[in-house]
Design a protein. Structure first.
Length: 124
């Protein structure tokens, strides 16, 4: 049986697997081209781990405005509903393939909430 998400290291597994999927996905990969260079990706994954660590475990590791970079990206390369749907599907898969339990479910539920709020704020 797969274990539950318990710490930052587990969150790193989720975001690392998630970005592997994003970078291969025909619908989304064009949004993530700047992360094809290893240094850029490593730095971004750590930022994402900080975000999820704060979101799930209330660690205080992420203090930035998470939506602002997405608003700026949308100005250059507009998001569509399919982008949010695909993002969410791949994120859920990344959790489900690696973890099972209460915190894994909380993580997926928060991802759904975040995607919904971003979609409402960005696609008008």
């Amino acid at each position: 049986m797969t274990k539950d998400i318990e710490n930052r290291e587990d969150l790193y597994i989720v975001v690392d697997e998630f970005y592997k999927k994003l970078l291969k996905n025909a619908t989304l990969k064009h949004f993530f081209q700047k992360f094809t260079q290893k240094n850029e990706l490593d730095h971004h994954l750590q930022t994402l781990v900080d975000f999820w660590d704060n979101t799930i475990f209330y660690s205080g590791t992420y203090q930035k405005n998470a939506i602002q970079p997405h608003i700026e990206l949308n100005k250059k390369n507009p998001f569509k509903i399919i982008h949010f749907q695909t993002w969410l599907q791949l994120f859920h898969e990344s959790v489900d393939e690696n973890f099972k339990g209460e915190t894994a479910e909380i993580t997926k539920n928060r991802a759904t909430s975040i995607a919904t709020v971003m979609q409402i704020k960005i696609i008008q």
